[in-house]
Each structure stands twice: as C-alpha cells, then as structure tokens.
Unconditional design. Structure first.
Length: 238
C-alpha cells in the first residue's frame, strides 16, 4: 500500500483538555495514529477515555489544544471556516448514539436532508433498500423501532457518500440481534461505497470485524493493531 494511502487520516500529538485551574481535566494527552483510506477502524476504550471528544475533533465540531488532524495531507485547523464547513457538510458523515432524527420528517425525508448537503449523493431509493427501510419510507421516526431509527441516522450520514463516516456507539442502545444487523449494515456500506469508517464501541467483540483496532486509555493510544483476519459482522458473538 502506498505511504500516502496509509495516512489518509492522521492524528498527530493531539491534546485536548476541558476547564481551567483546579477543575482542569486533560482528556487527550498526546494521541497519535493514522487510518488508511477505506479502512474500517474500531475505537475501543473505557467510559470517559475521550472517544467522543476525539470523534468531535475529527468531525470538525470541536478544536484541539495542540497537535493536529490531517485528511489527505490537509490540516483541519488550516482549512478556515468556509472550507471546514464544506468538509463537515460534504465529506463527513456522523452517526450519533441518540439518532437525532427530525421528528416531523418521514424516513425518506430525513435521509434527503443528508443528500441536500452533498454534490454527489447516493441514489435514495437504492439506499433505502440497502438499509432495509424501503417499506417504511413514509413513516415518521416515532413510528419506528430503535434499530430502524438508527438505520435512518446511518442513512442520513451515508447518503452524502462521505469520505469519512464517524459512528459513536451506533449500537449502544440496541439489543443483540439488532446490534448485529446494524454492524452488518455498516460493514456492507464500507464494502460497497469504500468510505473510511471510524466506529466507537464499548464492546470488545466488535474489534474482530475491523481492519484496524485502536484502544484508548488515559488519553492515549494503548493498542494499535491491523487485523489481517477479520470476521464478518454476521459471525461475531458476544
Ligand atoms: N464539553 C465538555 N466540557 C467539560 N468536560 C468534558 C466535555 N466533554 C467531555 N468532557 C469530559 O472529558 C472526558 C472524556 O469524555 P468523552 O465524552 O470523550 O468520553 P468517552 O470515551 O466518549 O466516554 P463514553 O464511553 O462514556 O461515551 C470525560 O471525563 C468528560 O466529562
Ligand atoms: Mg462517548
């Protein structure tokens, strides 16, 4: 693999703390790793280890205190507000743990919201089929199960066909069977569209389906492993 591909996404000496004086808390204490283009990367770590903080910085929602993130050789901090907005809108998909769907828009419309942001959106009907939501496309979020709502939120993020898909505990609120279906969906999306995926989870078993496993503890990377023998989501058990 060429060197520049290996370093599609680079996290370099990243530091981030919150608060000041006595209540100051250092959350990221010099974090380093890189992710290759198209890689399925799983980020593990105990609660409070800074996983969401890191995703927010990669997502351009929050800034670091020092160090930097670069994507395809461009440092995020050098982009400026206009380019950063464009990066968030067009090149990044973000799946939140709590879905964050728009309550008065139906399934199809919620996904269209994501499509409007992109110059090169995926075909919505095709995606609705991939998501297993085609028959539910005219339902409102409150008429859907939790797993279906999470599918819609994945659809909204993926319809942009983003370069990078960030997923924060996408199965955190779901039961075993539904979790496996959602993991399989993210796996299929990664294979079909080739997006670089960074997925946060508490669940150690999920690491086996990843190309790349990163474990965080005390604000730093404690384990960084490329999986040469990955298992498909359908075969995971926990
Ligand atoms: N905006 C903020 N202001 C102050 N402290 C914050 C802020 N955001 C996060 N923190 C603190 O930073 C630490 C890391 O939080 P973060 O949400 O990144 O953890 P996490 O690894 O995602 O945990 P979890 O697995 O529980 O979601 C926590 O101690 C949290 O209280
Ligand atoms: Mg979190």
């Amino acid at each position: 693999m060429p060197e520049n591909e290996k370093k599609f996404l680079e996290i370099v000496d990243l530091q981030k703390g919150f608060g000041s004086g006595e209540t100051r808390q250092e959350v990221l204490r010099g974090m380093n790793f890189s992710v290759a283009k198209g890689e399925f990367c799983v980020l593990l770590g105990p609660s409070g280890s800074g996983k969401s903080t890191l995703l927010n910085i990669i997502g351009g929602i929050d800034g670091a205190d020092s160090g930097y993130i670069s994507i395809n050789g461009d440092k995020l901090e050098d982009l400026g507000e206009k380019k950063l907005t464009e990066y968030r809108r067009k090149h990044l998909g973000y799946v939140f743990q709590m879905y964050n769907l728009i309550a008065n828009l139906n399934v199809k419309e919620n996904i269209e919201v994501g499509a409007y942001l992109s110059d090169t959106p995926l075909d919505i009907d095709d995606l609705l089929h991939t998501l297993g939501l085609y028959d539910h496309r005219y339902k409102l979020p409150n008429q859907l199960s939790g797993g279906q709502q999470q599918r819609v939120s994945i659809g909204r993020a993926i319809v942009k066909n983003p370069d990078i898909l960030l997923c924060d505990e996408p199965t955190g609120a779901l039961d075993y069977q539904t979790s496996k279906e959602i993991l399989k969906l993210i796996e299929d999306v990664n294979k079909k569209y080739g997006n670089t995926v960074i997925m946060v989870t508490h669940n150690e078993a999920i690491k086996d389906m990843a190309d790349h496993v990163i474990k965080l503890r005390d604000g730093a990377v404690r384990y960084n492993h490329i999986n040469t023998n990955k298992v498909s989501a359908a075969d995971l058990e926990w």
